[in-house]
Ligand binder design. Structure first.
Ligand code: PGA
Length: 241
């Protein structure tokens, strides 16, 4: 594991964007795994900036998002589809057919999960996967105790995740309790992984990710077994190391 400590959230976004953009420069048709939440917002801003400066383009890039709430339509402003469109995709030249996000309104959720896995395989696998991390150590929406062997599947969100995400909803009752998420196995199959974390609330999870025993109660600890992981963390997230 490579650990890059940064002084600010802004620097975290810039460093993450340079890793993703160098991947795209080296391989213009890269398959890029993307995350949502507050953590990667600076990275998206910087990638848009690099695109505007004509340093990179996304014309041949394919993306796969980690997860989507289940039981939510694309048009819902809380969907991750909406987040991705409005924080990133509408500002760059990515082709619509190259954007992949699990369909949170799928009637047959099992088939949707299988379809998503098939699409990742057909695209040749993920070259670089960007991850945030939950306070409980989740990656994607793989909550503690999820099987390390899981591929894309329907997950039940933990109370702490529902609480954390409720800031984006009017009331906590509106937060979906289930989601479709790439599994740990899907994430581990990515060729490179970049995990971003900032703030004291992530310090325990970061400590466990790097120094903890590998176990499903801290899903991110499995990353210790991946050959190419880079953590970009601020001082607060690194405060327990
Ligand atoms: P956050 O979420 O970026 O909003 O903190 C990260 C996560 O839960 O994976």
């Amino acid at each position: 594991m490579r650990i890059i400590k940064v002084n600010s959230v802004e620097e975290m976004g810039k460093k993450a964007a340079s890793l993703v953009s160098s991947q795209i420069i080296l391989k213009p048709n890269s398959v890029v795994g993307l995350a949502t939440g507050s953590t990667p917002l600076g990275m998206y801003k910087e990638l848009i900036n690099l695109y505007n400066k004509k340093e990179i383009d996304f014309n041949l890039v394919k993306t796969f998002n980690l997860d989507e709430y289940f039981g939510i339509e694309k048009e819902n402003h809380q969907s991750y589809y909406y987040y991705m469109m409005n924080n990133f995709f509408k500002f760059i030249d990515i082709l619509e057919e190259n954007i992949n996000i699990p369909d949170g309104s799928a009637k047959d959720v099992v088939e949707e999960c299988l379809r998503y896995e098939r699409s990742i395989k057909q695209a040749g696998g993920i070259d670089i996967q960007v991850l945030g991390i939950g306070k409980n150590g989740h990656i994607g929406f793989n909550e503690p105790d999820v099987n390390f062997e899981a591929q894309t599947h329907l997950v039940e969100l933990e109370e702490s995740t529902i609480q954390a995400n409720s800031i984006y909803f009017k009331t906590i009752e509106e937060v979906p309790t289930t989601a479709i998420s790439m599994g740990i196995k899907t994430i581990m199959n990515s060729r490179r992984i970049v995990l971003l974390a900032n703030g004291y609330s992530k310090a325990d999870a970061i400590y466990g990710t790097i120094n903890g025993k590998i176990n499903p109660n801290l899903p991110a600890s499995i990353l210790q077994l991946h050959p190419d992981v880079t953590l970009i963390i601020d001082k607060e997230a690194a405060s327990k190391l």
